[in-house]
Write a protein that binds this ligand. Structure first.
Ligand SMILES: [Cu+2]
Length: 370
């Protein structure tokens, strides 16, 4: 079979997958085993699901297409009023082929199987132990640099770990705030771009003000050899990375992560908090929610510098911020980077709010003819 027809088959398989994904709820640990030509295991099951002629299955290689999207509602509970303690964080660097766009796959490098990795939540004064394992089937060494750490490389040298190994370190959380963590193994931009990032929240003493819902969103860039929209399995393009010309700009890892795959839900009248980070590696975000303004902005991730009533915030790569706002009326609210060309490259998310209309705040007026 020619390389072209192999690629074509792969596209067919991935398209079948994306249809399947729209109709089925998948857990984070769900791994979809699909066959590409050259594959033996589970062939009958995959062909039953995707309708691929069994004669195309060979015996060389298996590609597993995983759901790598972190659910934005997957946020640990607030710290509340507890005193300082000892917190253990277990992470595993896992390299997984996931769906980057409709018909396009990419070998994501992840913490715990999703992009971003888990939101880590602790409080000021906690001692945090971080254990990083690197899966046996990884191609690369990985590490973790947490911006919440006071110490060399944020822990990256202490956790530089080869496939099949694990390393640990601990640190005392000295400053409250919302911080990026990311892989610090060279070429760092490549490791970040491939998905090795997340946020760690260090709450102040007594915790943060309560809100009704909290969400977790991280912006990233993916640099692929093909152009956006080209199908098939894409590889990282280091030249485009050095030129800072991404093909994809994403919220939570992939195109459609927070729109078709895992949108956010709320009810009018509720207060919403978004923990927002920019992994980059290169672009500063102009974060905005279409149809709302932020009642409170915890500027640049500071837990104490709070600005009121802001429409759009800038968040640099390697930075974060969190925002609180009340949703006044039902409807669909769109998260964007207001450098809006990036919307076309994938940076979009939805909050779908149900509840009672309030015509005094917002109502449409019937059309008239001039
Ligand atoms: Cu890495």
């Amino acid at each position: 079979m020619s390389a072209g027809s192999l690629r074509y088959m792969e596209q067919l398989l991935v398209k079948g997958m994306s249809r399947e994904m729209q109709t089925r709820e998948m857990t984070q640990d769900t791994s979809w085993r699909v066959m590409v030509p050259g594959v033996a295991l589970s062939a009958l099951m995959a062909f039953a699901v995707f309708g691929v002629p069994a004669a195309l299955a060979g015996e060389e290689e298996m590609v597993s297409v995983a759901d790598v999207v972190r659910d934005p509602a997957d946020v640990p509970p607030p710290i509340g009023s507890r005193g300082p303690g000892y917190v253990k964080v277990e992470l595993e660097a896992k390299e997984l082929v996931g769906q980057l766009d409709d018909g396009t796959t990419y070998r994501f490098w992840t913490y715990n199987g999703t992009v971003p990795g888990p939101l880590i939540r602790a409080r000021v004064g906690d001692t945090v132990e971080v254990r990083l394992a690197n899966a046996e089937d990884s191609w690369a060494a990985h590490s973790i640099d947490l911006h919440a750490v006071n110490g060399p490389f944020g822990g990256a040298r202490a956790t530089d770990v080869d496939p099949g190994q694990a390393r640990s370190f601990k640190f005392k959380a000295l400053s409250p705030g919302l911080y990026i963590y990311h892989c610090g193994t060279p070429m760092v931009a490549h490791h970040i771009s491939s998905g090795l990032y997340g946020l760690i929240l260090i709450e102040p003493e007594g915790g943060l003000p309560e809100v009704d819902r909290e969400f977790y969103v991280v912006q990233g860039e993916v640099y692929t050899t093909g152009e956006k929209g080209d199908g098939g399995m894409q590889e990282a393009d280091l030249e485009k990375m050095l030129d800072e010309q991404p093909e994809y700009v994403t919220f939570n890892g992939t195109v459609g992560s927070l729109t078709t795959k895992k949108p956010m839900h709320a009810t009018a009248g509720e207060t919403v908090r978004i923990f927002f980070g920019v992994a980059g590696p290169n672009m500063t975000s102009a974060f905005h929610v279409i149809g709302e303004m932020f009642d409170k902005v915890y500027t640049l991730g500071s837990a104490t510098a709070v600005d009121p009533e802001i429409q759009t915030i800038t968040v640099p790569p390697g930075g974060a911020a969190f925002v609180d706002f009340k949703i006044d009326v039902p409807g669909t609210y769109v998260l964007v980077d207001h450098a809006l060309s990036r919307l076309e490259r994938g940076a979009a998310g939805l909050i779908i709010a149900d509840g009672e209309d309030d015509p005094e705040i917002f109502s449409t007026i019937p059309a008239e003819t001039n």
